[in-house]
Design a protein. Structure first.
Length: 99
């Protein structure tokens, strides 16, 4: 048995599959997207859909996580976290300088 896309969407809507989306009720701002050249737009869209995150963003996330956890730790563990934080901040600075 095969269903059309419209039928699958209708069933998903009826079953509430789209009720808890993170941007529900918010207006989409696509101005940046459409101001970008078409050839870049396609590449960025493919990367985003594949959940690819640039190394700089991953490092920034890890830095943020470490900064949140740092006050809750003490002793040797805190020193190791501080060392890791300095390493990440240096790596990020070098990556940003390269760009």
């Amino acid at each position: 048995m095969s269903f059309s896309v419209e039928e699958l969407l209708r069933r998903a809507i009826e079953n509430g599959a789209f009720d808890n989306l993170s941007n529900k009720g918010k207006k989409l701002d696509l101005s940046d997207y459409f101001e970008m050249p078409a050839e870049k737009r396609l590449g960025y869209t493919l990367l985003k859909n594949a959940n690819f995150v640039p190394e700089e963003v991953e490092i920034m996330r890890e830095i943020g996580t470490l900064k949140e956890k740092l006050p809750d730790n003490a002793g040797a563990h805190q020193k190791a976290m501080q060392k890791r934080l300095r390493e990440l901040e240096l790596r990020l600075a070098l990556l940003m300088e390269k760009h």
